[in-house]
Ligand binder design. Structure first.
Ligand SMILES: C[S@@+](CC[C@H](N)C(=O)[O-])C[C@H]1O[C@@H](n2cnc3c(N)ncnc32)[C@H](O)[C@@H]1O
Length: 278
């Protein structure tokens, strides 16, 4: 191992598990400092310029404070595209890319789609890119998240219409116009905080993550009600869910007269997506 890799690993070994640290070290050396991966594998020693030295110091300092590497780099890769991210917005997760795949594969002819709680815009923009004949609209309550989503919209040359909207409020006109409503709303209960890693808890926005313990389905129930007004007769709902609530969400949808309700597992075998027809 060269001196730089050794320094990174020694500075961070108390915070990150060995496998994650190995991947982080490679990412810092190759993607962020610009070294050749082969040189790293061969343990070749490298000299850092003064500027790169300062950059490395800064990266290590921020990682020691548990800041997610995606915030340090300023972007996350989602569905093969680079999305700008910063502490005001949730870092897109691989499970959510599966949600996009389900929507695209099952609705190739959809004309009008809505993403509720868009965050970085990862779902809405991916849908816009993969369904080029469709119009995609996306809502979020957070001005900070919307500013990042709009930057991503521009940089990725997509045409999503972003709106600031509180989905829990009821102060706008509604008429059925959407073929699909998709949402990855806040779904982590306050009780689950104890099991969460510091890099999520200390850095990602609470507004994007948490729901009260006594009302974990609040966003799903609200969107199910809205869906009855906003979806066209054959329209569909797609939710990313907390794996603990698949059955409850399916039951709630049944009570709201939805049909063909399915609970779908993610790549890790956990209940992760619920879909239903209006
Ligand atoms: C779990 S994040 C999902 C972000 C993004 N869609 C993704 O999958 O990475 C939930 C999003 O819902 C937004 N949100 C929270 N409360 C909301 C509300 N009342 N109305 C609209 N959006 C809300 C948050 O700002 C956050 O961006």
């Amino acid at each position: 191992m060269n001196r730089i890799s050794t320094r990174i690993r020694q500075s961070l070994r108390d915070i990150y598990p060995p496998e994650e640290l190995k991947a982080l070290t490679m990412m810092i050396c190759c993607d962020m400092l610009g070294f050749d991966p082969l040189d790293i594998y061969l343990g070749k020693d490298m000299i850092l310029s003064e500027c790169k030295e300062r950059e490395l110091e800064n990266i290590i300092f921020r990682l020691q404070k548990n800041e997610p590497i995606q915030y340090i780099r300023g972007f996350a890769v989602f569905g093969g595209r680079k999305f700008k991210v910063a502490p005001g917005v949730l870092i897109p997760r691989p499970e959510t890319a599966e949600l996009v795949d389900w929507v695209v594969n099952e609705n190739p002819g959809a004309h009008h789609l809505l993403d509720i709680g868009t965050g970085s815009g990862c779902i809405a923009i991916s849908l816009d890119k993969r369904l080029p004949d469709a119009d995609v609209e996306a809502w979020d309550i957070s001005e900070e998240a919307l500013a990042i989503a709009r930057t991503n919209n521009e940089e990725l040359e997509s045409r999503v219409l972003f709106r600031q909207r509180d989905v829990l409020s009821d102060d706008w006109e509604k008429s059925p116009s959407f073929d699909v409503i998709v949402s990855n709303p806040p779904y982590v209960t306050e009780a689950e905080k104890d099991e969460m890693e510091a890099n999520v808890l200390d850095w990602e926005p609470a507004l994007a993550l948490f729901v009260p313990d006594d009302d974990p389905l609040r966003f799903y129930r609200r969107i199910a009600t809205l869906g009855r007004e906003l979806l066209l007769p054959e329209g569909k709902l797609y939710f990313e869910i907390n794996r603990a609530f698949g059955r409850e969400i399916a039951y709630m949808l049944e009570m709201n007269q939805y049909r063909d309700i399915r609970v779908i597992k993610d790549i890790f075998g956990k209940d992760r997506i619920v879909t239903a027809n209006r």
